[in-house]
Write a protein that binds this ligand. Structure first.
Ligand SMILES: Nc1ncnc2c1ncn2[C@@H]1O[C@H](COP(=O)(O)OP(=O)(O)O)[C@@H](O)[C@H]1O
Ligand SMILES: [Mg+2]
Length: 367
């Protein structure tokens, strides 16, 4: 078994630190306070919430808004997940009170019930309202806290334009459910929860998740390598620096180092070799992303990988051949929106440090 994991929720020994954040979330949930948790992608938001809630006296439903295709779909998911919390005898009562009745189908394969809104049932606003209110009803009869986690919540704006307003109007009356909204598009999440003009303004307490403190993450790395009988010899420092202490990419790099290592210790060249392997393995993705950028975006990406971050300055525009500050600004916004570039209060980075190396090395070969 590789002691490092990436790309899925991490728990137990695969999960580092976050002690203060866990304490904070548990306190807030216990006092009924709704929360917003935001950070760039892959900082560990989902893992943190899962670890915080898992060992407390609470029931939790999670809905990944990325996978939701519309208001009818959201309602079906909510009803199905909420009903799964209740004992069978109680289901009848809850169902009876839905003003629009969904269709149920028993899936013999999985032994589960699937729920859908029949094609003739057009009254989606009523169905949605009842679906959003169902957890409040079920929560009232539960001893434990009921927590609903909406993950990748910024997707609400794609699902339907009026959904934000409808949800807020209903959720604001709930006393028996605590809501946690997780989001990875800082700008949109900030706009949804922090802008006076939007429905969710002041609905929840906002928490910005930072990276894991370096010292704690290093201890975790040393311990995980030890588990495999490998000494890091102080090179955990180099590892973290190469990926800017990013939780996901650090785990990815360590995972690869472990895969390649059959000895008892890490050497500097092992780190380079692992990075080389990752880049070869993902070459097709990196090329696809590169092709998704237009020419101005490509120029900006090159500038950023070369360490030039003042993308509207005269120097930058001249050096990389961009026409005007406004052209550069709008290309930059698009790069952030696509998730290629992260802008944390002016600290600008290529999101994937391995892609950054790929861009730099490929350009070097050409010029
Ligand atoms: N506390 C942690 N300890 C160790 N690794 C972590 C931690 N949090 C996140 N990671 C790494 O980052 C990856 C992405 O975490 P995830 O919770 O999916 O992030 P997000 O929800 O912010 O996108 C995980 O698969 C894991 O490799
Ligand atoms: Mg997540």
């Amino acid at each position: 078994m590789n002691p490092f994991l990436f790309g899925k929720v991490v728990r137990g020994e695969y999960f580092a630190d976050r002690e203060e954040e866990i304490k904070f979330i548990r306190n807030e949930v216990e006092s009924g306070q709704n929360l917003v948790l935001m950070s760039p992608r892959r900082y560990g938001k989902t893992s943190l919430v899962v670890n915080a809630i898992e060992n407390m006296n609470a029931k939790c439903l999670d809905i990944n808004m990325e996978l939701v295709t519309g208001e009818d779909d959201l309602s079906n998911i909510l009803i199905k997940k909420t009903l799964s919390l209740s004992p069978f005898e109680k289901l009848k009562n809850y169902l009876k009170n839905l003003r629009v009745q969904p269709d149920f189908k028993y899936e013999p394969g999985s032994g589960e019930l699937s729920i859908s809104l029949g094609p003739e049932k057009k009254d989606i606003p009523v169905y949605l309202e009842d679906a959003l209110n169902l957890p409040e009803k079920v929560g009232a009869s539960q001893k434990e806290n009921l927590v609903i986690v909406y993950d990748e919540f910024q997707e609400i704006r794609r699902i339907s334009p009026g959904l934000e307003r409808k949800m807020r109007a209903i959720l604001q009356h709930h006393q028996n459910v605590v809501y946690i909204f997780i989001g990875s598009c800082q700008r949109m999440m900030g706009d949804i929860f922090g802008s006076r003009k939007t429905p969710f303004y002041k609905f929840a307490r906002i928490m910005n998740l930072k990276k894991i403190p370096e010292e704690k993450f290093k201890k975790f790395i040393i311990g995980r390598f030890k588990k495999k009988g490998i000494e890091t010899n102080g090179l955990e420092d180099d590892i973290i620096k190469r990926v800017d202490n990013h939780p996901y990419y650090t785990q990815q790099l360590c995972h690869e180092i472990c895969n390649l290592n059959s000895g008892r210790e890490i050497r500097k060249k092992d780190i380079n070799k692992a990075i080389g392997e990752i880049i070869v393995e993902h070459n097709a993705d990196y090329m696809r992303w590169w092709k998704q950028a237009d020419n101005t975006e490509k120029r900006l990406l090159i500038g950023i990988t070369e360490g030039d971050k003042k993308y509207t300055s005269g120097n930058f525009l001249r050096k990389y051949g961009i026409n005007s500050p406004s052209t550069s600004s709008s290309a930059f916004k698009r790069l952030v929106e696509k998730g290629f570039v992260v802008d944390l209060n002016g600290e600008i980075k290529i999101e994937d440090p391995f892609w950054e190396i790929w861009i730099r090395e490929n350009r070097k070969q050409m010029l």
